[in-house]
Design a protein around this ligand. Sequence first.
Ligand code: T4K
Length: 383
Amino acid sequence: MNKLKEPVYVTRPLLPDVNDLYLEIQEIIESKWITNHGQKHNLLESKLEKVLKVPNASVFNNGSIALLTALKTLDLPRGSDVITTPFTFAATPHCISWNGLKPVFCDIEADTMTINAEKIEKLITPNTSAILPVHVYGFPCDVEKIDEIAEKYGLKVIYDAAHAFSTEINGKPIGNFGDVTMFSFHATKLYNTIEGGCLTYNNNELKEKIYNLRNFGIKNEEEVVDIGINGKMNEFQASIGLLNLKLFKKEQMERLKIKNLYIEHLSGIENIRIPKMPKNVTDSCQYFPIVIEDHFPLTRDQIYDKLKKCNILTRKYFYPICSDYRPYTNLKSSSVANLPLANAVKHKVLCLPYYGDLNSEIIVEICDILKSFSKIPLKILAN
Ligand code: T4K
C-alpha cells in the first residue's frame, strides 16, 4: 500500500465558482446590508421552500442553533424527557439539554441505524414531551410509525435531518414530517452555506415565533416577547447558499456515480456490509458508510488506522455514541443493556471518502485495499 501524496478526506465542501461569488459579494458590499434578514437571506428562504418542497423554511446561522430553536419553539415543559437516538452527532442531545430537557436514549435499527421506532413506546412515561429522531446518513427514520406514536401519546416530533437534504420518501419531501425538521448547511454537508441550517414546518403559526426566537425574541423596536437567541444567517452565508442551490444536484449525481463504483468494487467482499437505501427513498448522498462485520479479519479501528497511514482519512461517525459522552453516562437510558445495537454498531461503521470530485482511481484503490484486508488470515489478527 502506497501512501497517497495528498490526504483524501471523508468529504470536501461544495463551493461555487469564484467569479459568481465575486458578483454576489459585490452586491452585498454595494447594498451595505450584511446581516439581519437581508435580501439574500429572504430570497434563500423562499428558494429553499421550493427546493425542499415545504410550506415554510426559516434559515439559521448553523444547524445546532436551528435545532435549539426548534425545541424552544414547541414550548416543551422544562425538565421533561425527549426520546432520541445515541447514534448521532453531539449536537442532537446537546440541544435537548441546553433547553433544560432530558435526553432519553432509544436503541437503533440494524439496517438503517436510525432510531428503532418499535422501542420508542416502552420509553414513554408521563414525563415524555417529545421525540427527536435523526435521519442518520440520510436514511429516513420510520416516520409513519413515529408519527403514529406521537399522535397516540400527544408528543411533539422534531426531526434532525442534518444529513438528509432533499431526501424524499415515496415522493414526499422529508421536511414535511413531524412538527419541525432541522437541516444543517455546514461545510461538510451535501448542500452548505459554510455554516448554516434551517427549520421546515407545516404549521404556518410557528413562523412568527421562530422569526422572533431567532432574533433575541425581538418582535419590534419596543417589544421583546420571548427569550430568543441570535440565530440569524448573514448575507455572505446566504449568497453561498444561493449559488450552491444551483450546484447541489450535479454534486449529488457525481456522488451517485461514486456510490455505484464503491458498490461495484466492494460488494463481493465478505463481511463488509453496505447499508442499503430503501427503494422508495431518494438518497441525499451525504455519507458512504460501510459496516465491518465481526468475522472480517480486521476490526474497524484497525482498518481506520491502516487507511490513515495511506493518507486516506475515513471517519468513525458515530463513535463514541452520545450515551458514552461524560454528561450523559449517568442517565438510566445510557446503559449498554438499553442500547445493545448502538453499542455494537459504534465499533463497526466507517464512513469512506465521498464527494463529487473524488478521483475514481482513488475509490478503486480504497476498495482494493479493503479487498486485500479481507484476505488476511484470521490468525495474523491474533498475533
Ligand atoms: N445533527 C447531526 C446529525 C449532525 O451531523 C450535525 C452536524 C448537527 C446536528 C449540527 O449541525 P451544525 O450545527 O454543524 O450545522 C462535522 C461537522 O462540523 C458537523 O456539522 C457534522 N454534523 C458532523 C457529523 O461532522 P467534524 O468535527 O467531523 O468536522 P471536521 O472539521 O473534522 O471535518 C470533516 C472533514 O471535512 C475534514 O476532515 C475535511 C473536510 N473539510 C471540513 C471543513 C470544515 C473540508 O474539506 N473543509 C472544511 O472547511 O464535524
